[in-house]
Design a protein around this ligand. Structure first.
Ligand code: PRP
Ligand code: URA
Length: 212
């Protein structure tokens, strides 16, 4: 895959360990959901490195000092339904004041073209950093469409956070939206003929919600 300046692949041993458990067909819904949350928290640590901060004065038991704190109401996370919902709690663990917007999107199983069916964004989202959450970046169609929608609503500072990406999806998204920083935990090999990521983990929505 081409080297994209706006793409960060974490590829960290602690994350890779958790990915191995996620991939396993033997991992049941409860553990799957917990690990999606944990990996999301680790992704958040990386993707929020340059989150807006402001200086406050704190009185320690010994003296007064200046300290940076994050600016509340500066970030909105936008899970793409359904599977993105599984990542929200993992962000809130580190950044509890993140607002949450929802975009409903499903891929047509034949054409793999994404279709939007729901959109509810926080008031003032255009002035916030908007972070799209979706564990799977496969063809990249759903993420690109979600970001198109956010741009139409006036968002200017947009990021994408995914757990597993296919090279095809990263290329599509990074080319369509070169201004969007993309954070992924691991990069997989390729897509299969049905648009599933290989080796992947199967259908993230079904595994999170126990629907199959
Ligand atoms: C999955 C996944 C992404 C999308 C990725 O959702 O959660 O949203 O596919 O594929 P793409 O990169 O090729 O667009 P799906 O459409 O299966 O809907 P679901 O979450 O409701 O199961
Ligand atoms: N959506 C998923 O849930 N898994 C894939 O491998 C591709 C799209």
């Amino acid at each position: 895959m081409k080297n994209f300046k706006n793409v960060t692949i974490l590829n960290h041993p602690l994350i890779n360990h958790k990915i191995a458990i996620l991939r396993s067909a033997d991992t049941k819904t409860k553990d799957f959901r917990e690990i999606v949350g944990e990996i999301t928290t680790l992704l958040t640590y990386e993707a929020f490195k340059d989150v807006p901060t402001h200086e406050v004065e704190v009185q320690t038991p010994l003296e007064k000092c200046k300290q940076q704190m994050v600016v509340e109401n500066s970030v909105a996370v936008i899970p793409v339904l359904r599977a993105g919902l599984g990542m929200v709690a993992g962000v809130h663990t580190l950044f509890p004041t993140a607002k949450v917007g929802h975009i409903g999107m499903y891929r047509d199983e034949e054409t793999l073209v994404p279709h939007e069916y729901y959109c509810k964004l926080p008031e003032g989202v255009e002035n916030m950093r908007a972070i799209v959450l979706d564990p799977m970046l496969a063809t990249g169609g759903s993420a690109a469409a979600a970001i198109d929608l956010l741009k139409k609503r006036g968002c200017k500072d947009i990021r994408q956070m995914s757990i597993i990406a296919a090279p095809e999806g990263v290329e599509t998204l990074a080319t369509a939206h070169p201004d969007v920083k993309i954070f992924v935990a691991v990069l997989d090999r390729c897509l299969n003929e049905n648009g599933y990521i290989l080796p992947g983990l199967g259908d993230a929505g079904d595994r999170l919600f126990g629907t199959k």
